[in-house]
Design a protein around this ligand. Sequence first.
Ligand SMILES: [Zn+2]
Length: 385
Amino acid sequence: MLGEEEMALVKRLVSSYYRASTSVTTDRIGQREFGVGSFERKIAFRHLSFGSAAELKSYLVREAPPYVSYSSSYYASPSARPMERKGWLGAELVFDLDATDMDLQCQKVHGKGWICRNCLDSVKAEAIKLVEDFLVPDFGFAKGSISINFSGNRGYHVHVHNDATLSLDSAARKEITDYIAGIGVEMQEFFPTLGMRGRQLSGPRPTDRGWGGKMARHLLSAAGRGVDALAALGIDRKTAGIIYRKRALIELGIKSGNWDMVYIKNKAEFWKTIMGNLTVRQSDRIDRNVTNDTSHLIRLPNTIHGETGLVAKVVGSVSDLERFDPMKDAIAFRGEELMIEAHTDFELYMNGTRFGPYGGRIRVPAYVALYLCLKGRAKLLQSKH
Ligand SMILES: [Zn+2]
């Protein structure tokens, strides 16, 4: 829980951020539903609407809410309620990727409440995979129609702006998320002789469309890069070593559809594991709702996230995403130092500098102070008003 003085400080900083900002807006703003949060609830009020970016801005400067969300849907009357009276006109296709849904090794050390550099790098790789391996090649979306923003905390939001997807209903959106998660994809479809004793394992070629070609391309690419790359696909290191040594032979085989060039035990399980590692890990419960449930509200790009003080920063393109460092590029509050009482178990990297671990009083940049206070790991000891 934040103390009163901390809440007053956050409000002052958030308000001045919105006063200076020119990037907090969206297309078709008058057709979007907005929701704002308090420190206790990420969405405390919804059914709000704004006629223009200027109207939105003056609201944000005045109220300085810790969270701002908007609908991926467009409505004729976005502030009408209940939902049925809004007059649904269509919805963007949005994907929510969150590091806490990924079961990372580092999370066993620092827990799900803390975000480390590996968490952020892993979820970034997941966002790149979603775009490069699925949205562009399999669904045919142009890269220019895809926008990406940092969630403000521990993930990324990927928005597809394409007229053909606007009117998709929840069932159609679910088919898309199922495909990307590899749900309902049958291995027999592209390995027809899988499980037939004494038969050669014939399988997909790298030029094939969809999941089959994806598996062939990723296996060959990993085989060319070495044992670590193969192990990252979930292959045990012994088998990975064999595949790496015999990679030329394997490549020759797979290019002609013969996947039996080396002996592999429990083939069905083996290829299933690889496929599992190629899927994009959206959460099972909540985050797929972001895509499938068109009444869901999602963080408005370039607004402040009340659990970190970071900006849900828009990243220009997929290639910009490779270089994007959220703990540096999404910093909102620079310029002043604050005294805090902090207790942290792990290092925090912000703005290219290591902070902590701390066990006591320390003077740190405002963005570090805010991050730790909002994460409940520090208390503010003084603030200017
Ligand atoms: Zn981590």
